[in-house]
Each structure stands twice: as C-alpha cells, then as structure tokens.
Design a binder for this molecule. Sequence first.
Ligand code: OOG
Ligand code: MG
Length: 232
Amino acid sequence: MTSFAAALDHALTSATELKSGSYEVGDAYAVQQQVVDLRLARGEQLAGVKLGLTSRAKMEQMGVTEVIWGRLTDAMRIPDGGVLDLSARIHAKVEPEVAFLVRDNGIAAIAPAIEVIDSRWLDFRFTLAEVIADNTSAAGFVVGEWQPVPEGVDNLGVLMEIDGRVAEIGSTAAILGDPRRAFADAGRLAGSLADGWVVLAGAATAAVAVEPGSTVRVTVEKLGTATLKVSA
Ligand code: OOG
Ligand code: MG
C-alpha cells in the first residue's frame, strides 16, 4: 500500500482534507483500489460501481473532460428517506442520478437516485488523477424504488428540490446522451458487474452543497423519487 492511499484513507475516516498537489499520484486507479481495499478490510462489502463526469455540467464544474469510475460499498448506502450524517463528512454535496440494478451483467431495473459526494480534497479542487484516487469522491447514495426500465430513458426530466425549492433541473439526456451508455461503460471499465450491484450513471446536473437539517428530493420522470434528510 502506498502512503498516498493511507493518507486518503485517513482523510476519509477522520473527515479531514488533503491539499491538491501534496502527493505524486502514479497509477490513480491502482491507488483507488488500495483505498477501497482498506474499506473492505474493515468489513465493508462491494455494492456496485459509479460513473462520474458523464455530463457536460459536471465536466465543466470540475474542469475535466473524461468519464471516471469508482466503487460503491454497502456502508455508503443510505435508505430512501434516510439521514446523511454530516459529522462524518467534510463538505458533502448532492447530485441527482439514475441507478441501475445489475443482473447477468445487464440491467434488471432502474430507479431515481441521489449521490452524495464528499471530496477528500480541500475545496473540491483536484486533478483528474487525484479525484480518481479518491474513489471519485464517493460518499453515499440513496436509491428510490426499483422500476422496470421504461421504453426510452434518454430524455427523462430530472428535478432536484431542497426543502421543497427547485435546486437543479435537467434531463437524463445530459448523462452521455442516454444513461444506458453509462451502464455499458461501467461494465467495460469495471470488468464485470455482480448480480445485485447498483450502477450509478452519473449526475444529470451540477452538484449542490448540502445544508444541515435540509431535505433533498430527486424526481425523475416516469421513475419516481428518492429522498435524503441531512443531519442537523
Ligand atoms: C467527482 C465525482 C463526479 C458525477 O456524478 O459526475 C460524480 C466530483 O465531482 O467530485 O460523481
Ligand atoms: Mg455522481
């Protein structure tokens, strides 16, 4: 294990930040694997894969141009309507997503989802290699009720409300033109997908910083809603 992976793990477990540029990254996905292995060694189980920077809004917000991927564990899962504990987070943000359920390496079901991202990098400022090493800022996810996949999912309206006010609106078209492309990318990049895993297709809009005590609700046309409460 590199000292870089150990430093990222310490930042994760102590909710403290690292400064961009403080480590030589090398093979970013190898570092990510080490960071995730440390979580698995503490008893967490792999729960799926997430795609990142699949939308132009996110690429622009983060100043990068490539799709990235990270690993989800069961400890990141927050039940629909459940609470995000801010005491264990640095500067969490939420983003509206679409989730796929894996069966036989294909899509078994689809659901509206909320991803919580919490970069271990100071002020969410990082290079592409640094965010990959940091497991693409993965920090939590909420999946709404699974639905059969409707005929077309390439242009479904997406709404993110915070305390009943519109925070972001968009379309699933923002996710690589069709979120099913993100699923295909996930399979290709991760090598294989296990039955029961969740694939997060990537944000449909820019991410929004969470406020203590607020309620976040994501609605995806035809799919329903996913809800997250933020601790005080
Ligand atoms: C990287 C994670 C991006 C997405 O959906 O695009 C991501 C970050 O923005 O910190 O999860
Ligand atoms: Mg995301």
